[in-house]
Design a protein around this ligand. Structure first.
Ligand SMILES: [Zn+2]
Length: 197
């Protein structure tokens, strides 16, 4: 027990983690968008929300009469990492399914991404040169650089579909985003057969 223990849900009176069935009544999350950390890509979540038309982003925080933040109207969550790669977001997908029952996972790669300045081999070599550390086996090799946008998007959607961390009913989408015009292009989608109209 630390002085922060009172801030854990599992310590709250009446909370039973064995009967916890998700927090969707507090936050109606349904979609996870994975995109790059690049600040020029900051408008991607809003663009995806507009593309789908039935998403709420950024939404509003809901507070109770004591000012306690008890929820939000947001339906679309964001995970960012270098390049916006699916391989680095798998744990988030699994956790978001446990807490919110995620329905859609969207991968967005953007124009003039920093990960198009290098190759997987080059980042491994230069990191070794600069820091005398071997990162060659730490990460998914093909996710270290974007060599071709169509290939990287198809690779990420396939990686999500084949991963045990992604529930089989989840709908998957891959988009290319042009950072200056804000133009969004859908490149790939993978909708489970039993859900197809
Ligand atoms: Zn980027």
């Amino acid at each position: 027990m630390s002085k922060f223990s009172d801030f854990e849900y599992r310590k709250q009176p009446g909370f039973d983690m064995n009967t916890f069935n998700g927090a969707n009544q507090a936050i109606p999350m349904k979609t996870l968008v994975i995109h790059c950390v690049d600040p020029r890509a900051v408008d991607i979540p809003q663009a995806i929300a507009e593309y789908f038309g039935d998403e709420v982003y950024p939404g509003e925080i809901i507070t109770d009469e004591n000012g306690t933040r008890i929820g939000s109207t947001r339906t679309l969550f964001v995970e960012t990492n270098a390049g916006g790669r699916a391989a680095f977001a798998l744990e988030t997908v699994a956790a978001m399914d446990y807490i919110f029952h995620v329905k859609n996972v969207v991968v967005v790669h953007h124009s003039f991404c920093g990960t198009t300045t290098l190759t997987p081999e080059l980042i491994v070599k230069k990191f070794h040169d600069h820091h005398h550390a071997d990162i060659s086996t730490l990460f998914d090799h093909d996710s270290l650089a974007i060599m071709d946008f169509k290939e990287s998007l198809n690779y990420d959607i396939r990686l999500l579909r084949e991963s045990p961390a992604v529930p089989k009913h989840v709908k998957l989408y891959g988009f290319f985003y042009e950072i200056s015009s804000g133009k969004l292009t859908e490149v790939v989608r993978d909708i489970p057969v039993q859900l197809a109209a």
